[in-house]
Design a binder for this molecule. Sequence first.
Ligand SMILES: Cc1cc2nc3c(=O)[nH]c(=O)nc-3n(C[C@H](O)[C@H](O)[C@H](O)COP(=O)(O)OP(=O)(O)OC[C@H]3O[C@@H](n4cnc5c(N)ncnc54)[C@H](O)[C@@H]3O)c2cc1C
Length: 364
Amino acid sequence: MYDALIVGAGPAGSLTAYLLGRNGDVAISEEHQIAGFPVQCAGLISDVCFNRYRRYCKIEKALEKRIKGAFFFSPLGNYIEAKGDAYVIERKILDTLLFERASDVADVFVKSKTKFRGSKAILNGKEIKADKIIGADGINSTVARHFGFERPGVFTALQAEMRFEALDENYVELYFGNKWSDFFAYAIPIGDTAKVGVISREGALERFNKLIYDHPSVSKRVRGGVIELNAGAIPDRLIDFSKGNVALIGDAAGMVKPYTGGGLYYLLVAAEKLADSFPDFNSYQKKYIKELGREYKFGYKIRKLYTMDDQKMEKLFEIMKGFDFPGVHMDKPSTLQLPNSVFKIVLRLIRDPALAFTVLKLLI
Ligand SMILES: Cc1cc2nc3c(=O)[nH]c(=O)nc-3n(C[C@H](O)[C@H](O)[C@H](O)COP(=O)(O)OP(=O)(O)OC[C@H]3O[C@@H](n4cnc5c(N)ncnc54)[C@H](O)[C@@H]3O)c2cc1C
């Protein structure tokens, strides 16, 4: 009898298996032969996130590139700059590193899709007994569906690595405006290529094509030649993720930043809280919400700003030109509410009362 069966060996599952396996008997199952396949990630993480992963694996081995900041593009292609350290990591390598750590302390079953019959977990045709079940099986979680957890909605993410002339190869580029996405689009430069992607609730493919062919800045800098193409789904909200002897983690629970869809930092925090609380799943959920609940709330508000009409958004970009974001942590949007930043933002917004009203209406 295992203390826990963890379903799925993406980063959430492997990290959880490693943290729990140090003090107990755990098993982890992965339906594919290797972890991190297929890749559905741009691999952009903050410096804080990169350093926190260092506690658990040699993440330097997965490092593709250091990033020094971001250009935020308005719907018409004007841009503002924000400085800030971040990293691009190769997900296949990160997932392998974490899976190796899990393998050191847990029983691993690869090419083994976990199924359920009633309350029994079935692995390779046989029942596998465990006190607790942890669903780390991604957005289409079998565990969540079988045990009746509510499911989040999704955004579609479409990403192509292609030859691209970056404005500055140390800066990521983020594109806003309804023509390009109803969420946002991006380019993450790596050498003379970039991971160019669109995350959108609707029409991701159509919008991706528009971005490549019609965007006033992107279309002039795409050099063609798709090297790698991938698509995936991103959950749109956090759900209740503990129920009796079953808990969820990572994408299965909707643990992504509401305003970017990035999951690697939020799932890492969750794995730590789960390990701290184990076997009490109720306390796991409480501790997680205590650390990140505020970030989700504020993150959803920021996401609402993306729904502003293009004209107003263009004005907002104009007003924010030259604004720097001192002390803002990329994974913690509530840091934008630091008195210093709020004061400066208000000072700029009052130049255009109609716009200020729209922004406030979306934020409150
Ligand atoms: C295009 C795209 C770009 C992204 N870019 C970023 C980014 O730049 N930064 C960032 O932080 N996040 C990014 N994300 C989000 C990030 O990839 C996810 O949040 C992260 O992969 C979630 O990890 P996970 O372990 O929860 O799930 P997954 O990585 O989906 O892993 C789930 C695992 O469970 C396995 N599995 C599923 N069902 C079963 C079963 N029944 N039995 C056994 N195994 C099973 C799957 O094979 C898989 O290996 C991106 C997502 C997409 C789609």
